[in-house]
Design a protein around this ligand. Sequence first.
Ligand SMILES: C[S@@+](CC[C@H](N)C(=O)[O-])C[C@H]1O[C@@H](n2cnc3c(N)ncnc32)[C@H](O)[C@@H]1O
Length: 280
Amino acid sequence: MNSTTEPAEVPATLLHLHQTRSAFDSVAADYDGERGNNAAIQDMRAEAWRWLDASFAPGSHLLDLGCGTGLDAVRLARLGHLVTAADWSAAMVRRTFDRARDQGLGERVRAVNIGAHELQRLGETGVYDGAYSNLGALNCLPDLNGLARECARLLKPGGLLVFTVIGRICPWEVIYYLRQRRWARVKVRYARGPVPVSLNQRTVWTRYYGPREFYRPFADWFTLEHMRGMCIFVPPPYLASIRTRHPQWYRLLWRIDRRVAGWPLLRGLGDHFLIVMRAR
Ligand SMILES: C[S@@+](CC[C@H](N)C(=O)[O-])C[C@H]1O[C@@H](n2cnc3c(N)ncnc32)[C@H](O)[C@@H]1O
């Protein structure tokens, strides 16, 4: 083949983005169920809501990055905020749009099919009081530098970012897989680059971060206000059956989690971490 007939090579990051989108498109219809919103995930969501409510003043103009089916966006709209809900998966955006419309909140939620890696497509500059992203959507991005720069452009000075991100050191996961001698599985979160994670027989390309590592690309524009672990003492949501079998233990461990997850040493641990940053 000569150079004019050779198929163009698709860059790996583009391929990863498209595979990830296809995986989430394929689960959007039932993502409010066991797969995307089981009881353990609902506990994490409730904890995230506590921080979102503490962070954003009434009537804020907010940007949801990786909105999924719109559970967070519609709740915040019902509380009186104005939300632009963005997701890379068209099927997820459709779910958010339908949820907002069905609940009479279509005026307060603008659902847009824009990835968090292409926020330059949002033309407005300096209009948002804050942005948030829940439950690991930002782990699907090829890199954080563009995201940080775009968040700095989009937010007003003093605006807050509140993100929950999948972390590197999940104590439960380490113990769980060590006991099964599944060494490769124990090491997954320590990879430097993207890791293929299976979802509905498709692939979500996932990058793992520690909170400090996550903050670094934002440091030129944002100050670090708070960080804390999530699910340090309780098992990660994919082990939700433990929650079902031992509800009292689980509740007690969640209470401990919430109380101590911001302490030094502990705040770098957990299935996820929550990070709050303020625009200078
Ligand atoms: C684990 S789900 C979380 C969804 C939602 N935030 C929630 O709390 O239910 C991850 C979401 O990130 C979206 N996503 C994946 N890659 C993305 C990207 N590059 N930009 C924006 N959203 C992305 C997926 O389509 C999916 O809706």
